[in-house]
Each structure stands twice: as structure tokens, then as C-alpha cells.
Design a protein around this ligand. Sequence first.
Ligand SMILES: Cc1ncc(COP(=O)(O)O)c(C=O)c1O
Length: 445
Amino acid sequence: MRRMHTETGGTGQALYEKAKGVIPGGTQLLSKRPELFLPGQWPSYYRSCRGVEVVDLDGKRYVDMSINGVGACILGYADRDVDGAVKRAVEGGSMCTLNPPEEVELAELLCELHPWADMVRFARGGGEAAAVAVRIARAATGRDKVAFCGYHGWHDWYIAANLADGGNLDGQLLPGLLPAGVPRGLEGTALPFVYNDPSSLELILEREEGCIAAVVMEPVRHSEPEPGFLSRVRDMAAAAGAVLIFDEVTSAWRMNPGGIHLLLGVNPDMAVFAKGMSNGYPMAAVIGVRDVMEAAQKTFISSTYWTERIGPAAAIATIGKIVREDVPRHLCGIGASVRQGWESLGRKHGLKVVTQGIPPLSVFSLDYGEEAGAMHTLFTQEMLRRGFLSSRAFYATYAHTEAHVQAYLSGVDEVFGLLSTAVESGIVTDLLDGPAAHSGFRRLA
Ligand SMILES: Cc1ncc(COP(=O)(O)O)c(C=O)c1O
């Protein structure tokens, strides 16, 4: 393939321009859109990655202090132990008429780590696994409707929430998700409630008495549950005869080996895992209590590539390392250092910095109203110049060291200083080499 080089964004931006002509929306995952980071300048494509280091198509090297494979690579890129297990799986044949024994080992391992769960089904993506969980819950209860909060992927059951009110999903992580192509008949089947507001769920359960198949939620996202919130949800779901599903696609494996609900002391009826469990190789799991999971036999849930060997082999190796080396402890330490750095450097430069999230999934924002978007973009632009892939979010990996954090924070020190002067002088936009980053979902021009 011939590659061109643009003045600002290098070969990656030229390739991305080409991509938009052949791939609607440019990328397969919204969160990897270059416009969400640095329109026109983000390196966009990688040649190789290992540990925390990324090499772009022009051979430029960066330390990844952003979302590290969208949270999928907890151990760091190209982890040798996981890759070794994957290579052995490939050498033994990754696909066969017979089933890979690794899936039974993985099912047992997940049930061992989550003693409340009895059975497991597998898929290969998070949204897909959440859809499997919802289908099983609907089959188990014979009901149609789902109460939810948080983000759960692209599938019809979830995006249907925006058929009734285009803003229903706005408070749930990604604003602006459009329901075009989702059957109108699903209107009113996905009903959002508000995290940490049990009365918002209570209202739905009362209004829809006898109709709610499942309550689906992330046990933690940007904020911790208020004391008693999760157990209240647990009780309300049980009283309503609805299946409680914890979507742990992003929250699991980072604070503790398994779902974060184990730490929070509230067990669901089903839990969903995906990225994070297999360090970048496609794998997903739905675990659950026997009564509910057996309903998977009443409905057709079946897919060829859910039977390949690489995913379970990668997951067994990843989970083994997470447990053996107490990876969550490292992630919490690294995440806390980055967050404390943002906070203290914000104070040093008189910037209004707000942080949130569990330590391994830390996020900061600059609290400057309409100007914040341009400021965040300037942050990314200036950190990129200093050799860091950075955004407002930092997802810690086992490959990050305190030395990476210190090098990053000296960059942040300079850039926060620059931002502080820029905002005081009203020249933030003047310092941007391109437009401000997009936030949320929108159609590309
Ligand atoms: C909580 C949660 N559920 C579902 C998904 C969708 O997973 P995937 O992108 O693998 O389909 C995500 C992805 O970020 C997530 O964070």
C-alpha cells in the first residue's frame, strides 16, 4: 500500500483520510476515532506496540498514558506470557471441528473466582456478551423490558432506549448515540435509571410491574456507589422478579481479581466480562446462577467463532497472571500516582482540575465550561509533542512503572503551566493547530 505523509498528522492522518472513504465512520470503534483526541494530528494507526510503548506509521515512538487499548490491555501491550499462551494455541490449531478444552477450564476458573456463579457462556466482545446476558434474562423471565444504567455497547436492546427519547442515553457515558436502524417496535423496552439514585429504578419497577426481565448496570463507573445503593438495587430486582446483571466489561480485573462486585459485597444473578480478561485478544464471558443460565437452553445463542481456542487460552493466561502477580495492586498504585499528580499540578498552576473514577481508570477534566473542550485538546496536542499519547482518561497497566508516571507528570507540569497562562490570556484556541476534539458520537463530514 502506498502511504502519503501530511504535514501535520503524518502518514497516519493521510491513511485515516483514505479510511473515511472506504470505512463509514473511519474506524470500527467510536473510542478510537482520531477526532476524539486531536483532529487532523492524532497518529491514528500503529506499526507496533509493546509494554506501554507505541510506534506509529512514521516510526515515531510514544508512551501510552491514555486509554491503553481502550482498557483491553491490563498487562500492557504484547504481554509475553499471554502471547506465549496464544502462540501455543495457534500452533496446536486455533479452530477445529471439536471444541477447545480451554473453555471448560476457563468456565471453572471464573466460577471459582465468583463462588456465587454456577455456569458460564462465552462470546468474543463486550456488547455481544451483554446482549447474550439480556437474551438469557428475557428467556428466563418470559418478559421483554430492561431497566439499565451505564454503557453496554451497540446492540438493539440497548440503543432502543433512544427511540423513546433521543436523550435517554446521554447521561450514560456516551452522548448522542443515534437509534437509526433500531426497530421502532423496540420503543419503550430499554428504560434508563440514574446511578446512585435508587428511586429512579423504583419508579420504573413500579410503573412496569411484572414486565422487567433484567436490571442491567455497571457496578462502578465514574463514581463509587453510595453506601447501600447496590444492595438496594439487588433487593429491588429480586422483589420485582427481574434478573440483576452486572456489566463488568470495564470495571473487572483492575481493583481485584474478578468482578469489582466481589469487593463491593453485592452479588448479581449474572455478570458480564470482556476486555481486560484476555489482554487484547477477543474474549467475553457471561457468568450466572444456574436457574437463570439454564434458560440459555430455551433460546438460540450460538456462533462459530465463540468456539475458537485463542480467546480462552489468552484469558486463562491473563487471569492467571493477574492473580499470581497481584496485578490490581500495581494498577491501583500507578493510577493513584497519576491522579495525585493531576491534582497537585492543577493546584500548582491554579487550574480547576476535577478527577473521578476508580484509581486504575482515572479521568480528569478542566472545569472551564465551554472552553474546556479546547483546553483538553490543547493538553493532548502538547503532550503528544512531548512523546505521550494522552487524553483526559488514564487506564493503568501492569507495564506502567513509576518512572513512566514521573516522566509523564513532568510533561503535565509544563502543559498545565501553558494551559494556565493560555486560559488567563484567552488564547487557548489560538494555540491549537487544528479544531477542538469531538466529544461523544456524531456523524463525520
Ligand atoms: C461496561 C461496558 N459494557 C459493554 C461494552 C462494550 O464492549 P465491546 O466494545 O467489547 O463491545 C463496554 C465497552 O467499553 C463497556 O465499558
